[in-house]
Design a protein around this ligand. Structure first.
Ligand code: 5AD
Ligand code: SF4
Length: 475
């Protein structure tokens, strides 16, 4: 096993003249991982570029959650192959690396299927990127997908104040990785491994660095973030609620969020944190996947629809204005029309502020893929359309319910149009405001004058109508 502390850099790496283009697919944890890979490569002399054409290294940070997500990678590699051939014709090099969950799941197969690829590196080993690239430069094709025994976070260089500052006033912070829940549709326990919590001190150190560099809002990440557990300074066991209390003490961190949670791990301490911590935003992503108990059982979710509804009641009792978000899968094997209708009823009963919904996609190696009763694609599409229509109406109703209210908004960046700035509501919606409402990094209070889908417009924002009809206001 290699040791990152002994990374040897080639003269070109040391010269700092090389450019890396990182393309991120999938979830927020991949966004965070891409930033950390950028930090690791900066230590090896690479600077990041937004333009693939000028890159010496193209790194795809991939997602394996659904078949479509994985197939996208191979189409992209097809395009990169053409680019690499053009470079080679001009006597120039282009290195290609595949990281993330497709790398972990398919490993050596990627090299076989896509000869353009020089390096395959899994999510648990990306701290070894500089050494792996040195081997590539010597002509090797490298596959690094072992689960590292060392803690990658300990071995990754810490981002400097300038790099953090350049990423904006909101930041992701991974506190937990992996999953032991083994929902029968999901590849995560196989690609990201068993549940591991980062130690409290390591998280607090990273959070302080973020706050010192101007970050005002941190979103704690984990595949199963509310399974986080650790010890406080006195050695007493604490859960995510305790961690949030500790983070709330850090000056400058005005807002905290966390994602993604499993209903089974919403304990009393965490629910109480929603009541007690003003920094904890009243927005919770709590996937239920289905409203049918038979399907939930086949999914190995270990809760019923009723358990979920009772949990939502307890959370709302602690924080009445909390907005809920969820994930749904339609067309899991065996899902009947009655099962699907149970999902629709659950959605009606909860009232979501936002949600993500997907057609079931059988993933090789997961138990769901082996089940009988696969649902017709046309039926899946029809159910998804019905569910999404209901969720869309709920989202719009929620946004419209905020019109006339005063909301606190964290100002994030200039708007798309001159004279405008864009921020986030407590409920994660982009809010378009007049530029005089505040500066980037301020938390301001504005009155909401209008709403479309998931975007809000503050009273006084210039050109309000076009701001609302111009599509999504922020990414
Ligand atoms: N098919 C469809 N959707 C899936 N998800 C996870 N695995 C699959 C799959 N095999 C969805 C779940 C999860 C979200 C991240 O992706 O809803 O919560
Ligand atoms: Fe996948 Fe989430 Fe289930 Fe874990 S809890 S197996 S990450 S869906």
């Amino acid at each position: 096993m290699s040791d990152t502390r002994q990374a040897t850099l080639s003269p070109t790496q040391r010269a700092g003249s090389r450019k890396v283009f990182i393309k991120t697919y999938g979830c927020q944890m991949n966004v965070y991982d891409s930033q950390r890979m950028g930090d690791a490569l900066a230590g090896g002399g690479y600077v990041t570029t937004e333009a693939m054409e000028e890159a010496d290294l193209v790194l795809l940070n991939t997602c394996h959650i659904r078949e479509k997500a994985a197939e996208k990678i191979y189409s992209e590699l097809g395009r990169i192959r053409v680019m690499k051939a053009e470079r080679a014709a001009a006597g120039k090099d282009l290195r290609v690396a595949v990281a993330g969950c497709v790398a972990q799941a398919e490993g050596r197969e990627i090299i076989a299927r896509a000869p353009v690829v020089d390096l395959v590196i899994g999510p648990q080993t990306y701290h070894r990127l500089p050494q792996a690239l040195s081997r590539v430069e010597k002509g090797e094709r490298v596959v690094e997908t072992d689960y590292a025994v060392e803690d990658k976070f300990e071995h990754l260089p810490k981002a400097g104040k300038r790099e953090i500052g350049a990423r904006g006033v909101t930041a992701f912070l991974t506190v937990q990785e992996g999953c032991d829940k083994f929902c029968t549709f999901c590849v995560v326990p196989y690609t990201r491994g068993a549940e591991v919590s980062r130690p409290l001190a390591q998280i607090l150190d990273e959070a302080r660095r973020l706050a010192d560099a101007g970050v005002r809002e941190a979103t704690l990440l984990g595949q199963n973030v509310n399974a986080w557990h650790g010890e406080d300074a006195g050695g007493r066991p604490i859960g995510l609620g305790g961690l949030l209390h500790a983070l709330a003490e850090i000056p400058g961190l005005d807002r905290l969020r966390y994602t993604t949670s499993h209903p089974r791990d919403m304990d009393d301490e965490l629910i109480a944190a929603h009541r007690d911590l003003p920094q904890l935003m009243p927005y919770l992503h709590l996937p239920v996947q289905s409203g049918s108990d038979a399907i939930l059982k086949a999914m190995n979710r270990r809760h019923t629809g009723e358990d979920y509804l009772r949990l939502i009641e307890r959370i709302r009792a602690a924080r009445p204005d909390i907005a809920l978000s969820g994930d749904f899968i339609v067309g899991f094997p065996g899902e009947s029309e009655a099962d699907f209708e149970a999902t629709m009823r659950l959605v009606e009963a909860v009232g979501y502020a936002s949600a993500f919904s997907f057609k079931y996609s059988p993933r090789p190696g997961t138990p769901g893929a082996e089940l009988a009763g696969h649902v017709d694609e046309a039926v899946k599409s029809e159910r998804l359309a019905r569910l999404q229509e209901l969720l869309r109406r709920q989202q719009l109703a929620f946004s419209e319910s905020l019109v006339g209210q005063k909301l606190s908004v964290l100002v994030e960046k200039p708007g798309r149009r001159p004279g405008q700035i864009v921020g986030r509501s407590p409920y994660l919606q982009p809010v378009v405001m007049d530029e005089n409402a505040g500066s980037v990094g301020d938390v301001v209070t504005v009155e909401i004058a209008g709403a479309v889908a998931n975007s809000l417009i503050a009273l006084g924002a210039s050109d309000a109508r076009s701001a609302l009809t111009g599509g999504p206001v922020a990414a």
